[in-house]
Design a protein around this ligand. Structure first.
Ligand SMILES: C[S@@+](CC[C@H](N)C(=O)[O-])C[C@H]1O[C@@H](n2cnc3c(N)ncnc32)[C@H](O)[C@@H]1O
Length: 242
């Protein structure tokens, strides 16, 4: 596990990009991060949170992301030796699958703002003998706390709508990505017919999120035959050089 203090790690993360997040004029719902994000993040960052509660919520057959986890992992298409950041790693559901894909020459940064998640992932990594591949990182709400140019792929699953400072997180991810690196986002696609569950959580439609992301220095990659996940979209972006 990374032993650097949070401030030491973050001190190295100077955001050099001046980004403007497009506050889109789409039929939307809320502009800016949903109040839900800050509220929900309180539970995630509680140092006394019950990790087993979250394991049963995130790793559950009633969650389509969990059911399709292998399809999703295949779609991300990591190669042996890649460095990937699972940002908002939660219980490490994808961190463990990515570790198998990148192998002993690769690295998986399991990044989360919740100490219980980071600690749990560290124990899981050890249990599955991935502790030399998976590096848990306790980040901040504004920064990935990853070194510049340290990753090939950033993976953000069911987490973008939790970002309280999306423009800062996008800048931090941009800086952490190597030239040509990819950002993969899976999140709720909010529209009129969305379920109440999604309406209470998501703040915008896929198009709005995509505009925010492209405005932050990423280009949408058109990809066919990507797994369809109920009520969610899957989108990939490439870091654009500035
Ligand atoms: C709904 S969970 C998703 C977990 C995992 N990606 C999955 O799909 O199973 C959202 C996670 O995002 C984390 N999170 C929220 N804001 C974050 C931020 N700015 N940086 C990193 N993690 C964040 C929360 O602590 C929580 O673990």
């Amino acid at each position: 596990m990374h032993r650097m203090s949070r401030s030491a790690i973050c001190a190295s993360v100077h955001l050099t990009l001046v980004l403007s997040v497009a506050r889109a004029a789409e039929p939307s719902h809320n502009q800016g991060p949903a109040p839900y994000a800050a509220e929900m993040n309180k539970k995630f960052t509680d140092p006394h949170a019950d990790i087993h509660h979250f394991v049963s919520r995130f790793e559950n057959d009633s969650r389509d992301i969990y059911v399709k986890r292998h399809d999703i992992t295949r779609a991300v298409g990591l190669r042996p030796g890649d460095a990937v950041a699972d940002i908002g790693a939660g219980t490490g559901l994808f961190s463990l699958l990515f570790a198998a894909q990148v192998g002993p020459k690769g690295i998986v940064y399991a990044v989360d703002i919740g100490p219980v998640f980071v600690n749990y992932i560290a124990t899981q990594a050890k249990k599955h003998e991935y502790d030399s591949i998976i590096k848990p990182v306790l980040n901040t709400r504004e920064s990935t706390c990853l070194a510049p140019g340290s990753i090939d792929v950033a993976f953000v699953c069911d987490t973008y709508h939790h970002f309280e400072h999306p423009e800062k997180m996008l800048a931090s991810i941009h800086q952490a990505l190597r030239p040509g690196g990819r950002l993969v986002i899976i999140d709720f696609d909010l529209h009129e017919n969305s379920s109440e569950f999604v309406k209470q959580r998501a703040r915008a439609a896929k198009e709005v999120y995509c505009r925010e992301i492209t405005a932050a220095g990423y280009q949408l990659i058109e990809k066919k035959d990507v797994c369809a996940i109920q009520e969610n979209f899957y989108a990939e972006f490439r870091r654009v050089e500035r």
